[in-house]
Design a protein around this ligand. Structure first.
Ligand code: 5GP
Ligand code: MG
Ligand code: MG
Length: 176
């Protein structure tokens, strides 16, 4: 058990288990994007560690950039998303891979795909290390999923609780 800010968490995946998920995804991406003009767009802050490890395991040579959003829960149940760092790269004819740490409701992902909709990309696909199928509210297909997890709040491997815990190399679940 560990404490992050004021809450207790239990180990859910070890660092080794996460690394083996990341390696498998890297191998799949190597195959699927061999000889393709790949641009990885990591979503900050949570994906920084995943993107860093993923590209080290990959043998192809992608461009790498990041986007940053803030999401707000309004009075309605529908979350709103605001861009903080937008797209500066030329996306024309590139194969875009959006990389998320975790997909929960999918609101963020829906917003990103909306932003990319009218760009002349060669293709757009999505990779997420973790996915909570029970929380997902979108119809968007996720092409690369590292691991499905239960609908429980997690920290570590880039993901925070109150700004803390991003540096943890394993994944930890909030204790009920
Ligand atoms: P969404 O609900 O839009 O799919 O999730 C948006 C973002 O919320 C994710 O990219 C991630 O950064 C954060 N998030 C979702 N679930 C969790 C979780 O269990 N723990 C942490 N720390 N962040 C999460
Ligand atoms: Mg995220
Ligand atoms: Mg957060």
């Amino acid at each position: 058990m560990i404490k992050v800010a004021d809450k207790h968490f239990e180990e859910y995946l070890t660092a080794d288990q996460i690394q083996s998920c990341v390696r498998q995804l890297a191998q799949q991406l190597d195959k699927d994007f061999a000889d393709k003009n790949l641009l990885i767009l990591g979503i900050l802050n949570g994906s920084f560690m995943f993107v860093a490890d993923l590209v080290k395991y990959m043998t192809i040579d992608p461009e790498i950039s990041f986007l940053k959003f803030a999401s707000y829960e309004g009075t309605s149940s529908k979350g709103e998303v605001k861009d903080l760092i937008g797209i500066n790269e030329d996306l024309t004819d590139k194969h875009i891979l959006i990389v998320e740490d975790i997909v929960d409701s999918g609101t963020t992902l829906g917003h990103i795909l909306e932003l990319l909709k009218n760009k002349k990309t060669a293709s757009i696909s999505t990779a997420t290390l973790f996915f909570k199928p029970e929380a997902y509210k979108q119809n968007i297909e996720l092409q690369y999923v590292g691991k499905e997890i239960p609908n429980v709040f997690v920290v570590g491997y880039g993901m925070d609780y109150q700004g803390k815990g991003r540096n943890l190399t394993g994944l930890y679940q909030l204790k009920p």
